[in-house]
Design a protein around this ligand. Structure first.
Ligand SMILES: *[C@@H]1O[C@H](CO)[C@@H](O)[C@H](O)[C@H]1NC(C)=O
Ligand SMILES: *[C@@H]1O[C@H](CO)[C@@H](O)[C@H](O)[C@H]1NC(C)=O
Length: 519
């Protein structure tokens, strides 16, 4: 009898584990940011190659005719929506604005963009199509609104982060949180916080937590507007995250304990095979006897929007350098020194492979830094916003280069930093060391991402890996009730003992008093 039950169980299990071949995947990368989009391109390509069908909501379509299994919904206009709310200006030139103002304005721009994306006709068609179904949703976690697709299609979902996850996201999957061991990546400090930093980190983390409640309620309203009212609150949906893919590698990032359903896919996942350089760039690099410095502030920080002062400091410094400089800048810049070449766009990955590139001056976006590290180019960091200060800090701590402060930059400091990183071999050696360590892994980030995606499809959401921490309220996790209970017992005991001692003393006193009277 027992054996029979066993077989029935095994058979049911086998049937319930669905084959992962040819699954239908809905994928959504919300962020209007090139680096967020390219991080996952190799994943879409690989999944398509393995026979899965993907509907991809993206702000930067690949438009690759060979990818017949990928249907892209083009949300390019999201960039314009972000700019309506001043996003480029916010990240490029933050002078005179407080951190709080910048943060709120940026969140507001994201919120309006999410709203616009969901009202896009093709997205609306998808939401309304009653014969549509999916086996899996893969959704960027940076902003929660698109999580509504989870309930709309009743699918398990994988959360994606093109950087490390913010604490809110780590928390939603049950990873351990701690404001001073793992401070938010918006802070420029990582290890060995001073007392003041610890207090700041604690308070700001609490404020961000409170802020996120308001953000969720705004986004819940947006969801109701586009999906109707039968979608759970986003905060609740978020707790059902089956897997979380974070673009983190433990060599470079802060170590932290994580559940088995958080997969670290970092370490150059977005890197591709080198391709030949355009002729003009090739010539510029080949003819540089002393070497070339490559300077780019990435795709979100618009070099044309940085302050005039900073631009002048940069140009004056460059004019004095004994190197050629290739500056990725979106517009013509009159009066540039002879050794500086401005280009609107460059194939960065291919350029960094050229042996004459001696330095990369970068805003410290994660993808840029990875490209630099894997091509063994040391860096000078000039962080602007988001995780960039944190990345810059880690870069400097690891000896991969130096960081300058763009807000108080003077020519001499900038010049010194550049010359030091180029001329001291220790920086390049450290970069090589980190690159070798990062590549020494059992599976590449991409292989891990593909394997765990198919695992999630096969197991219909890997519910057995749900972290118990997800379902515990705050006070239970931090033992507040238990500690409170024990503390009150101690206090009550102390109180009782004190009372008893008092009574005893009183009795004793009155006894001696009486004795004295009798005497
Ligand atoms: C609705 O979804 C089905 C199944 O994927 C698809 O065949 C059909 O073309 C869709 N209809 C519209 C109007 O998009
Ligand atoms: C942090 O403190 C530890 C122990 O005191 C020390 O070994 C380590 O070098 C420090 N790290 C940094 C980045 O200062």
């Amino acid at each position: 009898m027992k054996i029979l039950i066993f077989y029935v169980l095994v058979l049911t299990l086998l049937y319930s584990v669905r084959n992962s071949h040819g699954a239908r995947i809905l994928a959504s990368i919300f962020s209007p940011s090139y680096s967020h989009q390219v991080t996952f391109r190799p994943l879409w390509k690989e999944l398509a190659k393995r026979g899965h069908e993907i509907i991809l909501l993206t702000t930067d379509p690949m438009e690759d005719p060979e990818l017949t299994n990928v249907k892209e919904i083009d949300l390019k206009e999201s960039y314009a929506v972000m700019d309506q709310y001043g996003a480029s200006e916010l990240v490029s030139n933050q002078q005179g604005k407080s951190y709080r103002e910048l943060f709120s304005a940026y969140i507001f721009a994201l919120s309006r963009t999410a709203d616009w994306q969901l009202s896009h006709p093709e997205v609306q068609q998808l939401i309304r199509n009653t014969s549509e179904h999916f086996d899996l949703l893969m959704v960027e976690m940076m902003f929660p609104t698109h999580l509504a697709f989870v309930d709309r299609f009743s699918v398990p979902f994988i959360g994606l982060c093109s950087l490390d996850a913010v604490p809110r996201v780590h928390k939603s999957i049950g990873n351990f949180m701690h404001p001073i061991i793992y401070p938010d990546y918006l802070f420029p400090f990582t290890k060995n916080l001073t007392f003041v930093q610890r207090v700041i980190s604690f308070i700001v983390t609490a404020i961000l937590d409170i802020h996120s409640y308001f953000m969720y309620s705004t986004e819940d309203e947006t969801v109701t507007k586009h999906f109707g009212s039968n979608i759970r609150p986003l905060k609740e949906i978020e707790k059902d995250t089956s897997m979380l893919f974070i673009n983190v590698n433990p060599i470079f990032h802060q170590l932290r304990p994580m559940g088995p359903n958080t997969i670290q896919i970092g370490g150059g996942t977005h890197l591709r095979q080198a391709q030949p350089l355009p002729q003009d760039i090739e010539e510029f690099l080949d003819t540089a006897k002393t070497g070339v410095i490559y300077f780019s502030l990435g795709t979100n920080v618009k070099a044309s929007l940085i302050s005039d002062e900073l631009r002048n400091v940069i140009l004056n410094t460059f004019a004095n350098l004994p190197y050629k400089i290739l500056w990725k800048f979106e517009q013509d810049l009159p009066g540039t020194p002879d050794n500086v070449k401005i280009m609107k766009w460059v194939p960065q990955q291919d350029l960094l492979q050229h042996p004459n590139v001696v330095l990369f001056i970068t805003q410290c976006g994660l993808q840029s830094m990875e490209e630099s590290i894997f091509n063994h180019v040391p860096m000078v960091g000039m962080p602007f916003y988001g995780d960039q200060s944190r990345n810059a800090k880690i870069m400097e701590e690891n000896g991969l280069g130096l960081v300058v402060d763009r807000k108080n930059l003077i020519k001499d400091d900038f010049y010194r930093a550049i010359m030091e990183v180029i001329n001291k071999p220790i920086y390049r050696e450290k970069v090589e060391e980190i690159a070798i360590l990062t590549n020494d892994v059992e599976m590449t980030g991409l292989e891990k991402a593909v394997w765990w995606t198919e695992y999630t499809i096969r197991t219909r959401g890997a519910k057995h890996l749900r972290n118990p921490m997800v379902d515990l309220p705050f006070y239970k996790v931090y033992l507040l009730d238990v500690l409170g209970f024990l503390l009150s017992i101690v206090l009550i005991s102390l109180y009782v003992v004190r009372k008893i001692v008092k009574i005893l003393l009183k009795v004793l006193c009155s006894k001696t008093h009486e004795k004295k009277k009798i005497e």
